[in-house]
Design a protein around this ligand. Structure first.
Ligand SMILES: [Zn+2]
Length: 468
């Protein structure tokens, strides 16, 4: 119903600035609500068992997306024979308790040391004391041991540590706080996330282990000589390898020098848990991120059906986002076109629910102030506005970040930052706002068509580009 109304061109025109030619043009394509529904019905069905990262269910989801891409007329990306890119991932398992020694202090897991997120490897080095306030922007030596100090009351040490994970640190330690106690109540055992199977000398091969220490242990650590060497010892079972899958479709452009646009989402979600929550063990991920995958599919459908565009467009649905953006990290390391040719990346995340803080019908764009992409797309009719939750650091929490670290102007468009169903089994078909989704996807077709026909190359604003 809403899509039909959009087709008479008025809505887009209202959102457009004066002089915006695209907004005054007729909509050339109408996203049908039943197409949106059909993708969701498949991807978020119980049969897909929550599309666990690097599982057969993720692989089937990737094959579904690839076969839709073929049906819409997309081609394999340059240098690829098909539409699936796979990567080996390591599934390490802990075997026994970890320990940490710093100078004269030894902390044992289960005592003053709590392993939260383990990389599956130990760490050793001089302990670098880093105030939490500047930690996100800090450059830390590769494999460094970092002790977060002075975590402000409104911050969560875990969140700051998590942001530091991709900076190349080997171990991040912080003092347990209230946010951590809530986290531990839900996650009593250390997690060993999957990681890409990369050569040990690759800077991104081993994301940091994150551990908390008790207050008294923190005092003892701070009392050590600043040059003291910290050594974390962990015990792991022999490595098992699995695979993760990206689905990649390509719409060639007419101008080889014009650059390529990257539209993306993630295929995977949290799979199935052994202990049901409120009687439901399947994390369907209808919103996170079958909704974004649906947006990529329907944008491919619309744009492939139209006239040939100047710039090429890559449509990518990544695997293993939920375990640390592994699919996008691998894609960034093995892009089918050089990253310097990618003019921008727009990721779609959780567009299946409207954020109550946003104007009706409008998606939030993470990192709005970091570049001129959001305002420009909005001027051309995209239903986008600034992310009202900058303190949540959503910009750093999705696949766009892997590409942004590589220099690509990359943002995520999302519906509701963290809706009540976020990472719960009831993120299911019954909790999707299909009208909102359909209208949101529709609103991007003409702005992206404009971007693909233009010479406009989005730029970072001063200080907006994140550093690795
Ligand atoms: Zn997501």
């Amino acid at each position: 119903m809403k899509a039909e109304l959009l087709n008479i061109s008025g809505t887009i025109g209202l959102l457009c600035m004066a002089g915006c030619a695209v907004g005054q043009a007729q909509q050339s394509w109408t996203v049908k609500p039943e197409w949106v529904r059909a993708h969701e019905d498949f991807l978020a069905s119980d049969a897909m068992a929550g599309r666990g990262s690097a599982t057969r269910d993720e692989q089937i989801s990737a094959e579904y997306v690839a076969s839709e891409f073929v049906a819409y007329g997309l081609k394999p990306a340059p240098g690829m024979a098909g539409m699936i890119q796979s990567a080996e991932v390591v599934a390490a398992e802990l075997d026994g308790k970890a320990s940490l020694s710093v100078g004269g202090v030894t902390l044992a897991e289960g005592g003053d040391l709590r392993l939260l997120i383990a990389s599956g490897a130990g760490a050793s080095g001089r302990m670098l004391r880093l105030p939490a306030a500047g930690a996100r922007e800090a450059t830390v030596p590769r494999r460094a041991v970092v002790l977060l100090t002075e975590v402000p009351a409104h911050e969560s040490g875990l969140m700051v540590a998590y942001q530091l994970r991709r900076s190349g640190a080997g171990l991040v330690l912080f003092e347990e706080d209230d946010a951590l106690r809530t986290y531990v109540a839900k996650n009593p055992n250390p997690r060993v996330p999957l990681r890409l199977n990369l050569p040990a000398n690759d800077a991104t091969a081993l994301p940091a282990t994150i551990a908390s220490v008790s207050r008294s242990a923190m005092e003892r650590l701070l009392a050590q000589n600043p040059d003291a060497v910290a050594t974390l010892t962990v015990h792991v079972l022999p490595t098992r390898l699995r695979k993760t899958y990206n689905a990649i479709g390509y719409l060639p452009g007419s101008d080889p020098m014009g650059g390529t646009i990257l539209l993306s989402a993630h295929l995977d979600h949290l799979g199935v848990v052994s202990t049901p929550i409120n009687g439901d063990a399947i994390f369907n991920g209808a919103n996170d991120d079958a909704a974004g995958t649906t947006a990529v599919l329907e944008l491919a459908h619309a744009l492939a059906a139209g006239p040939k565009l100047k710039r090429g467009i890559l449509f990518v649905c990544y695997g293993s986002e939920e375990v640390g953006g592994l699919g996008s990290q691998f894609f960034g390391n093995h892009p089918p076109v050089p990253l310097t040719q990618i003019v921008t990346n727009l990721e779609f995340e959780m567009i299946g629910a409207q954020d109550p803080k946003m104007p009706k019908g409008v998606l939030l764009l993470t990192g709005w102030d970091r570049s001129n992409l959001g305002p420009t797309l909005r001027d051309h009719g995209a239903m986008l506005g600034p992310d009202p939750y900058p303190e949540q650091h959503f910009f750093e929490r999705s696949d766009n970040y892997s590409l942004a670290l590589d220099g690509v102007v990359a943002h995520t468009a999302a519906g509701w930052g963290t809706p009540p169903t976020y990472h719960q089994p009831d993120d299911d078909l019954a909790h999707l706002d299909f009208d909102f989704m359909t209208t949101a996807i529709q609103s991007f077709i003409e702005p992206i068509r404009w971007l693909a026909e233009s010479d406009f190359r989005p730029q970072w604003n001063p200080g907006g580009q994140p550093k690795r």
